[in-house]
Design a protein. Structure first.
Length: 387
């Protein structure tokens, strides 16, 4: 186990000399808002892997240098969560990231494939996934934990090379490079303003407009306090507590007492803040959600039919090309794309540019503008664009 900054610097030096390494994290996430990092794994091209004892490292600057080094490929599987954890631990805006899960979607596999399935399918390597619920902050690690952690990165470089070989054969290597640049966007690592998002609260269906605004205000307050105290959201105020408060809103602060989902202790501790949040929502003081700022034509009676047509076209095009349709976008993203096409300035959506524009975005735009048509290809039995 790597336990000092000097030893970490040696690991990073060797990684940069190798030019490409696997990176993974093991953490626990039960009684905190932010994951508690236990182990960082680095896997070299020769199959050797080292484990970094995260609680022992005081200065993470060498790892920050590695993560931001544009000349060294960092290979992660399902990269976003690990990158967020590492960015919070050490800083260093990620550069030259290869996500072996997402890139699998370009070569005939699912873009949400598990690491064990990807290794089995592409390299005939089988992992024994036996330590998925371990306590990664307990010391010493068991032999099983060490083996599990090392196996997660031991084959990373080989897996990347296999995916890129297939991508080059299909003429998609540049598409992958284009897609991987998404991980270099600084906004991915910034904490979002909770005022600008609708909180996910269990049981929040069928609400009035005012109740939705109170939900947003309480959710925003809960999020900020959970971050500040590094506590799970439910420890601050449970979903049941939020629903109880908005379904039977108090008429004065003293009405905020113990109820379903709100303990007496939390009610006493947070009464003033909860009252302010409820009043903020009740008085309509929440800012508009970003999705409400679309300036083009509003959805008409036929727009859902156009969305269905677009999704059929995308699925047929992707299946024929053996690309995971999830890489193009979900229904909400395709809906936004259609609304932007019909607006005066269709420039923001990612389907207008990059590999997506080349692969299907421009053809889809033509189709939705009445240029061309879709028919079922008798050979593949899939929808196909006819220009």
């Amino acid at each position: 186990m790597i336990t000092t900054t000097d030893a970490l610097a040696d690991v990073v030096r060797r990684a940069r000399e190798a030019g490409a390494v696997g990176v993974d994290t093991e953490f626990i996430w039960e009684r905190t808002y932010y994951p508690t990092l236990g182990v960082v794994q680095i896997g070299y091209p020769d199959g050797e892997a080292v484990l970094i004892d995260a609680p022992e490292i005081e200065d993470w600057s060498p790892l920050a240098e590695l993560m931001s080094d544009p000349d060294t490929v960092k290979i992660l599987h399902d990269a976003q969560q690990d990158l967020n954890i590492l960015y919070r631990a050490c800083g260093g805006l990620p550069k030259n990231i290869f996500d072996s899960q997402r890139t699998a979607g370009f070569v005939g596999l699912s873009s949400t494939i598990s690491l064990s399935e990807a290794l089995k399918t592409l390299l005939r390597v089988r992992l024994a996934k036996t330590e998925t619920r371990s306590d990664w902050t307990a010391r010493p690690l068991t032999e099983a934990q060490e083996k599990y952690a090392k196996e997660d990165v031991a084959h990373s470089v080989e897996l990347m090379l296999k995916i890129m070989k297939k991508a080059e054969e299909l003429g998609r290597a540049d598409w992958i490079k284009d897609e991987m640049r998404m991980y270099e966007e600084e906004s991915l690592y910034e904490e979002r303003d909770p005022d600008a998002e609708m909180p996910r609260v269990r049981g929040s269906g069928s609400l009035t407009k005012q109740q939705r605004e109170m939900l947003r205000a309480l959710g925003s307050w809960r999020e900020l306090k959970a971050r500040r105290r590094n506590l799970p959201r439910g420890f601050v105020l449970s979903d049941d507590g939020i629903i109880s408060l908005i379904k039977r809103p108090p008429s004065k602060p003293d009405d905020i007492r113990q109820m379903k989902g709100l303990s007496e202790r939390n009610a006493n501790r947070n009464r003033g803040a909860i009252w302010e949040a409820i009043e903020r929502g009740r008085n309509g003081e929440m800012p508009d959600l970003p999705n409400n700022k679309h300036k083009g034509p509003q959805p008409d009676d036929g727009y859902e039919a156009r969305v269905d047509l677009a999704l059929a076209f995308i699925k047929g095009t992707c299946l024929a090309a053996q690309i995971d349709p999830a890489l193009i976008g979900n229904r909400a993203e395709i809906t936004t794309f259609i609304l932007e096409i019909e607006s005066a300035c269709p420039t923001r959506h990612r389907l207008f540019s990059g590999w997506r524009g080349e692969f299907c975005g421009k053809a889809l735009q033509d189709l939705l503008n009445g240029q061309g048509s879709v028919a079922v290809d008798p050979k593949t039995q899939l929808p196909k664009f006819l220009g």
